[in-house]
Design a protein around this ligand. Structure first.
Ligand SMILES: Cc1cc2nc3c(=O)[nH]c(=O)nc-3n(C[C@H](O)[C@H](O)[C@H](O)COP(=O)(O)O)c2cc1C
Length: 194
């Protein structure tokens, strides 16, 4: 079973992280970190309350036991170390605050430290930055990370596949995030040229 780190930070669009979690955890092990800022946003946007017993709520929601949850201030977690073997990390959605810290090599919490470790160990990092519009500072941070191989995959839906619902649009974005990590999925209709 492959092992992926998933961080959900305090941007709008927490549903992308929650949907991604369900998909990855169906056949992989997931090491989940939810930032403090993300907790009320997840509750407001999805109805999931992860504040008191996140692991139970997450396991019930995903119907998966393949998940470990760590506090964002737990720098003793295994994912804080380069010696911990894993197959890559997602930050979805990713705030501009966390984006800037990752671009600057900051490690002031577990999410930033885990991302810094992924980069130093030359593993795969996929970011789903959510802001509208992006400022030049945001764009420079994204360009800096993109140049060292980080995938910058904002939650931008396509319409060539004729989405019929919000779920279709979410699945498209989540499918593209999985594509960035080379995880096979059938979450959206791929363009066949016809
Ligand atoms: C309701 C709400 C929505 C937010 N949406 C965004 C967003 O889409 N993008 C963003 O960069 N920050 C957003 N923020 C601000 C971040 O939550 C804030 O910068 C926070 O410090 C990020 O911390 P984190 O990266 O550790 O989660 C939002 C805040 C609130 C309260």
């Amino acid at each position: 079973m492959k092992r992926y780190i998933l961080a959900i930070t305090g941007a709008s669009g927490s549903i992308f992280g929650i949907r991604l979690l369900k998909e990855i955890a169906s056949s992989n092990h997931v090491y989940l970190v939810v930032s403090r800022s993300a907790l009320p946003i997840i509750r407001d946007e999805t109805g999931l309350d992860l504040r008191s017993d996140p692991l139970s709520v997450i396991k019930e929601h995903t119907s998966s036991d393949n998940i470990d949850v760590f506090d964002d201030d737990n720098l003793y977690a295994p994912i804080a170390s380069g010696s911990f073997e894993n197959d890559g990390m997602f930050i979805a959605p990713c705030t501009m605050k966390t984006l800037s810290a990752v671009a600057a090599g900051g490690s002031s919490n577990l999410i930033e430290r885990a991302a810094d470790v992924i980069i130093k160990e030359s593993r795969k990092l996929v970011l789903c930055p959510r802001e509208m519009p992006f400022s030049p500072i945001h764009l420079e941070n994204m360009l800096k990370l993109s140049r060292i191989g980080v995938s910058i995959a904002p939650p931008v839906p396509a319409f060539y596949n004729r989405p019929g619902s919000i779920d279709d649009m979410i699945d498209f974005v989540v499918g593209k995030l999985l594509d960035c990590m080379n995880i096979k999925n059938d979450l959206y209709n791929r363009w066949g040229g016809d």
